[in-house]
Design a protein around this ligand. Structure first.
Ligand SMILES: O=P(O)(O)O[C@H]1O[C@H](CO)[C@@H](O)[C@H]1O
Ligand SMILES: Nc1nc2[nH]cnc2c(=O)[nH]1
Length: 312
């Protein structure tokens, strides 16, 4: 009997399988496409799209740059590896329940996926990271998890799951090795791929300067509003996880604040004041960089999928 009657796992699996040829019914690798990174689907052959609206329990993604379909097909050289890609993810800030946010990853596990590659667009906190750099996530800092909003709160979704999930090894070293090998084989400039810690915040607001400074001081290299819930569910399901962030913008962490007081005093003293131009991030900019730099992400994912050994 299902431990989670509100999640229609069996019905979802039945619908998905009924729409796929037998060769695609048991994907090995699951891919989650981040904001503006849906172009990954172009590396998939024999694609069959299954719209979210046809799958019981799935929601619709409401964020620009996120479509709402699962893409099944083959990736990599030779016969190819069967994969399923999420073209569009669910974020808690859209109003989706955490159970809904992680439901697609659980469905992937039920279909037979053993490795999941999670991509996202993120703001760079580490000043050494440039826009366009891809960061291989080796750890995360999840403020919601530390403040009573862990996505795994609540009853277990399966009696097979462990109640307490260790996360010291959440990001598979073997998969991380593969992506650096991929960068070498693809002759990427070494600076194109970095390693770092992802800070998960709920969004939908971007960081204030003080929040950016806080996250940087706490050890985070990039920040975003997704990924960690999917990682937690994937680990609970026993999947190997790799997560990649594309740095789409720099989180501005000024040394100090513009002093309006000083400006007013200077103006009153008859001095000319040069007003600074504020640097403001937008989702349009995030999508633009995703489109412009997404090809590197695509090639890395394709190479890694084609090179995953049988037993990792
Ligand atoms: O993490 P993904 O879905 O790639 O998107 C990132 O970009 C959006 C903000 O521009 C947020 O949703 C943030 O999490
Ligand atoms: N929180 C957050 N998410 C992002 N996604 C893309 N850029 C950013 C950013 O600067 N901050």
């Amino acid at each position: 009997m299902s431990q989670h009657p509100e999640l229609p796992f069996a019905a979802a699996i039945e619908v998905i399988k009924s729409l796929l040829p037998e060769t695609l019914q048991k994907p090995r690798v699951g891919i989650v496409c981040g904001s503006g990174l849906g172009g990954i689907v172009d590396c998939i052959r024999d694609v069959v799209l299954v719209p979210y609206k046809m799958i019981p329990g799935f929601a619709e993604s409401t964020v620009p740059g996120h479509k709402s379909s699962l893409a099944f097909g083959l990736m990599g050289p030779g016969d190819g590896v069967p994969v399923v890609a999420m073209l569009g993810r669910f974020h808690p800030y859209e109003g989706h329940h955490m159970r809904t946010v992680v439901y697609p990853v659980r469905i992937m596990a039920k279909l037979g996926v053993t490795e999941v590659i999670i991509t996202n667009a993120a703001g760079g906190l580490n000043p050494k990271l440039s826009v366009g750099t891809i960061v291989v996530i080796h750890d995360h800092l999840a403020l919601p998890n530390m403040t009573g909003m862990n996505p795994l709160l609540g009853p277990l979704t399966s009696p097979r799951h462990q109640r307490f999930i260790p996360l010291s090894d959440a990001y598979s070293p073997s998969l991380r090795r593969l992506v650096f090998l991929a960068a070498h084989h693809l002759s990427l400039d070494p600076s194109a791929l970095a390693e770092g810690t992802y800070a998960w915040v709920s969004g939908p607001t971007y960081e204030t300067p003080a929040e950016g400074r806080f996250l940087r001081l706490a050890g985070a290299d990039v920040v975003g509003m997704s990924t960690v819930p999917e990682v937690l569910a994937a680990r609970e399901e026993g999947l190997n996880v790799m997560a990649l962030s594309l740095v789409t913008n720099a989180v501005v962490i000024p040394d100090g604040y513009r002093s309006i007081r000083e400006e007013v005093l200077a103006e009153l003293a008859g001095k000319r004041v040069e007003l600074p131009v504020a640097d403001v991030v937008s989702h349009e900019e995030v999508l633009e960089i995703g489109k412009a730099k997404g090809e590197v992400m695509m090639k890395l994912v394709e190479w890694v999928v084609g090179s995953i050994p049988c037993n990792i």
